[in-house]
Ligand binder design. Sequence first.
Ligand code: NAD
Ligand code: DAU
Length: 358
Amino acid sequence: MQKTRTVLVTGGCGFIGANFVRLLRAKRPEWRLINLDKLTYAGNLNNLTGIAEGPEYRFVRADIGDAAAIEELFAAEPIDTVVHFAAESHVDRSITGPAAFIATNINGTFTLLEAARKSWSGAGRQDGDSRFLHISTDEVYGSLGAEGYFRETTAYDPRSPYSASKAASDHLVNAYFHTYGLPTLITNCSNNYGPYQFPEKLIPLIIHNALHGRSLPVYGDGRNIRDWLYVGDHCEAVLEVLERGVPGRSYNIGGNNEKMNIEVVTLVCDILDRRLGLPATGMTRRSLITFVKDRLGHDRRYAIDATRIREELGWQPQVGFEQGIEMTVDWYLANQEWVAAVVDGSYQEYYRTMYGGN
Ligand code: NAD
Ligand code: DAU
């Protein structure tokens, strides 16, 4: 029989966290779910429209770095499971403002680990099936040349403030496993795309700009490679690792789907041309592509070897790339109100700082 869990999801109002909350409500409706989120610029309660508060679901607005609030929550609720998504997640923002990444990704993770350690070593809470699942990234492994793949044994070599902060948090998580026996797990996933992604990330930014006839900024020569995975596939993998992963272990998750950025951008343009016809200019949307100054320290290539999760847990991606991009474009077309609400004043300011008048 399935174990009934009381799960603390952090960052459940962000892109992947919200998709995961939706998956859990659909697939494990008997689990009690507490979604803790600070609601930064990236957190959005509209990502969870239709998920009602009640005995099985509760939202708490708090900062994961607020030790008193986190300890109070662990004292008030019989939390036996943590799925930790909350983070500052955007590489470009980590270059212009790294402090928030250190505070949330490192100190915030530390605060959660401490609360779980204290709570689960206390009387009555350690039932042998607790889990602390830390959601991390393939960026901790650094940048690949033309050959090779990231394996769980690949040495960490983070190169941006974002990836360095995620690497530090992974090390802390592993330290809590080895030192205190906290039942931790880590997933290191490649680039996600899909519904509810904030339009600072490549794919939703390109969709949004293309719909408004704005230029499509491609960094450098556009030949940097990412291994793209549909967010629903990532969430399924997280649930597999949560339920059947071996504590102390890391699991790489990837789409086996390497694409150059320019290929991704042209695909989005072509789908929009097919869906909507050509814009009034009569030019294809590819004509909006503009090569801009490269990202500082831009990692060249990421590629995941997902053998472990496939062989140990039987997970593999279900959504093909073209299918996933079409689903994503259609979601953004159908959810223009959601987009309009997130590209508010602070987004406009961010956009101007990053891309100038383009
Ligand atoms: P996101 O930026 O869309 O969402 C982050 C969420 O965390 C937001 O809801 C935000 O309000 C919340 N948050 C931020 N700081 C917080 C704090 N101090 N306290 C509480 N909540 C806080 O991020 P995402 O893209 O959904 O990524 C989620 C996780 O997955 C991150 O840990 C990220 O490193 C990891 N990851 C992301 C990808 C990707 O492609 N997006 C790939 C691999 C791993
Ligand atoms: O690999 C996993 C990581 O993927 C996650 O850990 C991060 O949280 C997530 O943000 C993502 O990081 P990237 O930096 O790879 O994603 P982003 O969408 O910002 O950029 C994807 C690629 O597209 C990258 O090579 C930079 C490029 N790019 C991005 C933007 C925003 C452009 O060329 N133009 C753009 O305007």
